[in-house]
Design a protein around this ligand. Structure first.
Ligand code: ADP
Ligand code: MG
Length: 158
């Protein structure tokens, strides 16, 4: 686990974009954090790093959006999802197992029991210090993404 502090939306955006450039097919990243933490902002910039030209919007009402870029991006937001079985209905498990895409899941902690064994985990928290400051805590579950995680840590040093 490691954490970094960003002092503006632009700093969080820059990290998102760098991570988007780094990620290879089949990577799953789960995002935890309250409303307004910066999850969607992070994903919008991850999408830039994946060379997605379309505007990325929060899929709060339709639960998932697909974008085509260097790799397909499957962007889930589970905030409005109520029942576990609905995950099956929206094809969640098929997308999560797709070795060709990148999967991002906002509000993944709402359905912690339904998540894959392996994923990169990013928690975004506000800080007491400043309204525009966020703590980005990166962690990993399982061992499939160990190398990617180390690379993420490397690029966050700059
Ligand atoms: P979420 O998807 O977690 O609900 P959003 O990404 O939609 O949150 O919104 C985050 C809001 O917080 C944006 O308005 C963004 O400009 C603002 N913000 C302020 N400071 C930061 C920061 N350091 N990192 C990310 N977002 C920030
Ligand atoms: Mg959001």
């Amino acid at each position: 686990m490691f954490e970094i502090i960003t002092k503006s939306p632009e700093e969080t955006a820059a990290i998102g974009e760098k991570i988007g450039r780094l990620f290879s097919a089949g990577t799953v990243i789960c995002l935890y954090g309250d409303l307004g933490a910066g999850k969607t902002l992070f994903v919008q910039n991850l999408a830039k790093g994946l060379e997605i030209d379309e505007d990325v919007t929060s899929p709060t009402f339709n639960i998932m959006n697909v974008y085509e870029g260097r790799l397909p991006l499957y962007h889930f937001d589970l905030y409005r999802l109520e029942q576990e079985y609905e995950l099956e209905d929206i094809g969640f498990y098929d997308y999560v197992d797709d070795p060709d895409g990148i999967v991002v899941i906002e509000w993944a902690d709402k359905f912690a029991d339904c998540l894959p064994d392996d994923f990169v985990l990013l928690t975004i928290e506000r800080t007491e210090a400043d309204e525009n400051e966020r703590r980005l805590i990166f962690d990993i579950r399982g061992d499939v993404y160990t190398d990617i995680f180390r690379e993420v840590e490397g690029l966050c040093q700059f």
